[in-house]
Design a protein. Sequence first.
Length: 326
Amino acid sequence: MAKVSIILTAFNEEKYIGKAIESILAQTFEDLELIVVNDGSTDRTLDIINGFDDSRIKLISQENRGPGASRNRALKIAQGEYVMYLDGDDWYSPNAVEVAYHEAKGRDTDFTFYQMINYDDKTGKIYENDWFNLTIFDESFENTVFKASDYEGSIFDMSVGVCQKIYNTSFLRRIDAKFPEGIFFEDMPFFYYVLLKAERISIIKRHLYYRRKHDASITHVVDCKFLDTVPAGQELMRIFIENGWYDAYKFDLLAYKINGPRFALRDIEENCKIPLYELIKKDYLSIKQSKYYQDFLENLGPVKKKFFQDIISSKDYDDFITLNQA
């Protein structure tokens, strides 16, 4: 049985998948398995995957089901003591698995954060930012183990990306951790469920992961995929409510739920604005009929509260724009 299972999901990644796989097979830590999910690619992705001859590779090839379903399927067959995730357009530093495994194993963590570094595909520039550098964790969190309640800031300032952590496989299975299926932004509800279930967390202040920024990146182009900020936020609310975490975190939770679709509606491509508005309105009207409506009114700051109320009271998207600019 391998010590680490690496789950790599890919949809039409012919330009990048080779480098991603090579970065895994060339790791200084060799006791691993690589589970590659070809998620219905229509380009040469599958041919490139099949061009690698390494007994550590397990291939799942399926009709397109999205990243959440792909990761759930791979996790079911993972045999490693720990699990890491890699996107098909990114890659690891040469010793990433070795460093992550020894930290997680040595401190017996449920999961461990590590730093990511950004790569601009157009310019070739490598650059850092605070979000992926984990700067919200000061030096008191280094070389120790903690849990979410030990962090005095907002947990909603943490990086939610699934690929920025190594996870104890038994822990994920014990808590029945699953990604939402059929939507994008599946990392976010998964992360908060795992975070608040975890008793032992640590951080590694080293750049182990290279995150490629390019024109087709999911988070780079604000297109109709961002309609899924609404169901992702609904799933997040469900998780907090059903697990008894709502009251402890509601002030920041409600702001976080509002801000995702709010910023998406501001920035999304023109042809997606009305569909997104309609999804948000349906969600907010449902909230208005629920016992949580008053919490939104009492806990949201003035800008978010106005957005919330303007969506509810507007007749259509144009009317909302008029109200919200007032």
